[in-house]
Design a protein around this ligand. Structure first.
Ligand code: FMN
Ligand code: FES
Length: 644
């Protein structure tokens, strides 16, 4: 068994691994992240193994299941090295062709390449694909290159070199100073400088201290932490060990939600492998530094991502926040100094130690350094995980990487910062992403959620949706959050149902102010954000709902009606056949009419009416026109002769 006793032994072992690897030998990397597995990656991996065996290529080609590169909507993803040929939506049936064409003849299988939805061009290599091209992948870049279950793969790409450097050549204070100099800010929420947090713990008198990974990732739609935990667990572990060394802690914890079974499995395996290699445990790399790591599974409550609730849960009690009279880096887990950082924050630490704080501070804005991973979803052409330098504009993220808004729709807003984030409108698309920039715009960075909304989205309904989520996730311990959010949700729901009244906006503002001022934890304090930001930029939509009973986006069911324009209806019968409520009356050559009493406003008729007719319209804030008289409903098609 390998046991690395010094930093030099680590380096020579790395060289030994590299010497056994031939960089020119074809390697087929198949994403084995949860997204691709859900789309059939396991079968694809098995098919590759079987085909390689059948064709007698086992000695000539490597295959591996890797971490998620972020483009899950196009999974299963296969990358063939050394050429870096990328194939998307690969099935087990495609495998024989890939082997016989690409591996044997060096030919590309055109139909499996990425086809740009905007330009229609096909791209062979990752670097040619619009989704990846404008990204700067410092943290995520190794996900697709390594088998996340192999410590040797991590070592081959320079893994644990930062740990060797820190333990072999730097004092704990030097490590701390490097992280402080980098101005690394927490990637999980508030953007607090990591170095300052670490320093507070280090200086705290209590000798037993803890370092913790916040891998709770409760934001709906966010999966950047999961991708790292599943895809490159050693990078987070390495950061955690370095952090432990810097602050004088000998015990670390991963707090992972139990809904992430693959992440839990891969982290446990990474810990076991690191222990076997002597990178965890007693006297790591001969430095005299001891460090142990435990994994704790959370039950998946959103509030348990909050620092004090997380620590209470780790202690084995109900995960409820507690007042922060003293910061948790001084009095945290079991009342001892505890540094809690997000997954992505920890994963940045080895990069900073390896490449130096000066490298890190070259990237980003004045106050936000490095890169940030966002989960780009919603009404956007390319969805997935994107890692960009801080300071990139929202416009570039949405249009250059995301490929813009699909179906010819107009952009309306982008919601950033998770459920308690805010919505940013079109006239601020040139805003540079950064902690302070987003906060000034009334939103926040949060952990990196980015939901794009198009013209069909009702902003009052967006606020209602997120406040509902937060109401349900409130732990209920403090009144402003528990009762205040419930009331905000009730009023917002009424507005979307057309029952809004004068004074509602003012009442919502008062409730929001109270929640911000008086809630116990940041869940309640930030929860009014979805309302406040939509009110700031889309007040006219609130007023239209309340005063005119009109939903300008034509989205709120209770405020819209569907109507068939008799001048456009060609009596094709499609809407009549598809209407699940049997609310449409019509017949052959008979203009169709919607029975407003029976209509459930599901929108099926609107969707199925052929675009060339465009007979079904949505209206709001105005009465539905009276149906035309029965005798006028027959369509008499004129013959060509007559019409001349
Ligand atoms: C309700 C709530 C949920 C949170 N959920 C998470 C989470 O899932 N992951 C995370 O890293 N931080 C979360 N945070 C932020 C943490 O409280 C804390 O600020 C963060 O883990 C610190 O790490 P960082 O400085 O590296 O960002 C949450 C905060 C609140 C108020
Ligand atoms: S899981 Fe495969 S690309 Fe994300």
């Amino acid at each position: 068994m390998v046991r690395l006793k010094t930093p030099e032994a680590l380096e020579s072992f790395r060289q030994e691994i590299l010497s056994k690897r031939n960089p020119d030998k074809p390697c087929i990397s198949i994403c084995a992240g949860a997204g691709c597995v859900a789309s059939g990656a396991d079968e694809v991996i098995e098919a590759f193994k079987a085909e390689i065996e059948n064709q007698g290529l086992a000695a000539k080609v490597n295959t591996k299941g890797t971490g998620c590169p972020g483009f899950c909507e196009r999974g299963p993803i296969v990358v063939i090295y050394p050429e870096e040929i990328c194939y998307f939506q690969v099935t087990a049936e495609d495998v024989p062709e890939i082997i016989s064409e690409t591996i044997k003849k060096n030919k590309v299988v055109e139909r499996l390449l990425f086809e740009d939805p905007v330009t229609g061009e096909r791209a062979v290599h990752e670097s040619d694909i619009s989704f990846y091209k404008a990204q700067e992948r410092a943290v995520l870049c190794n996900n697709i290159k390594i088998d996340s279950r192999s410590i040797d793969d991590y070592l081959a790409l320079g893994g644990y070199a930062a740990l060797g450097k820190a333990l072999g050549g730097m004092t704990d204070v030097q490590v701390l100073e490097e992280v402080k100099k980098s101005n690394l800010r927490g990637r999980g929420g508030a953007g607090f400088p990591a170095g300052r947090k670490w320093e507070g713990s280090r200086n705290a008198p209590e000798p037993i201290k803890y370092v913790i990974v916040n891998a709770d990732e409760g934001d709906p739609g966010a999966f950047m932490d999961r991708a790292l935990l599943e895809g490159n667990p050693h990078s987070i572990l390495e950061g955690l060990i370095i952090g432990g060394y810097a602050i004088g802690s000998h015990e670390g914890y991963f707090y992972v939600r139990q809904e992430y079974p693959l992440a839990v499995e891969n982290i446990n395996l990474a810990i076991k492998q690191a222990e076997e290699y002597g990178l965890l445990g007693k006297n790591i790399l001969g430095s005299g530094f001891d460090f142990k790591v435990y994994v704790h599974q959370g039950a998946g409550a959103f509030v348990c991502g909050e620092s004090t609730a997380l620590m209470t849960s780790l202690e084995g009690r109900v995960g409820e926040p507690r007042p922060k009279y003293v910061r948790s880096n001084v009095k945290g887990l079991w009342n001892r100094p505890s540094v809690l950082n997000n997954v992505e924050t920890w994963a940045n630490v080895p990069l900073i130690i390896n490449k130096g704080a000066d490298w890190f501070t070259q990237i980003g804005t004045d106050s936000s350094k490095g890169t940030k991973i966002f989960s780009l979803v919603g009404k956007i052409t390319n969805t997935g995980l994107v890692e960009v330098p801080m300071g990139m504009t929202l416009r570039d993220i949405i249009y250059k990487i995301g490929g813009g808004i699909p179906d010819g729709k107009k952009f309306k807003a982008v919601q950033t910062g998770g459920p308690s984030g805010g919505c940013i409108p079109e006239d601020q698309l040139d805003l540079q992403v950064g902690f302070d920039e987003l906060t000034r715009a009334g939103s926040m960075m949060g952990s990196g959620g980015m939901i794009v909304l198009d013209e069909d989205t009702c902003m009052v309904d967006v606020a209602r949706y997120f406040i509902n989520f937060l109401t349900e996730e409130s732990c209920g311990k403090c009144v402003p959050c528990r009762e205040g959010l419930r009331q905000m949700h009730r009023i917002l729901t009424n507005i979307t149902l057309g029952k809004g009244k004068e004074g509602d906006i003012e009442l919502l503002e008062e409730l929001a102010e109270t929640a911000v001022e008086a809630s116990l934890c940041a869940l309640g304090k930030s929860a009014p954000n979805p309302f406040l930001s939509t009110l700031r930029y889309f007040r006219d939509e609130y007023e239209a709902h309340i005063k005119e009973k009109r939903c300008p986006a034509l989205a709120c069911k209770e405020l819209i009606s569907f109507y068939i324009d008799p001048a456009r209806c060609m009596a094709c019968g499609i809407c009549l056949k598809k209407c699940p409520a049997e609310a449409i009356d019509g017949g052959k050559k008979k203009i169709h009419i919607i029975d407003q009493e029976k209509c459930t406003k599901c929108g099926t008729c609107f969707e199925v009416c052929p675009a060339k007719f465009g007979a079904v319209t949505k209206i709001s804030g105005e009465p539905v026109p009276e149906p035309i008289a029965e005798e006028k409903r027959i369509i008499i098609k004129k013959s060509k002769k007559e019409s001349k």
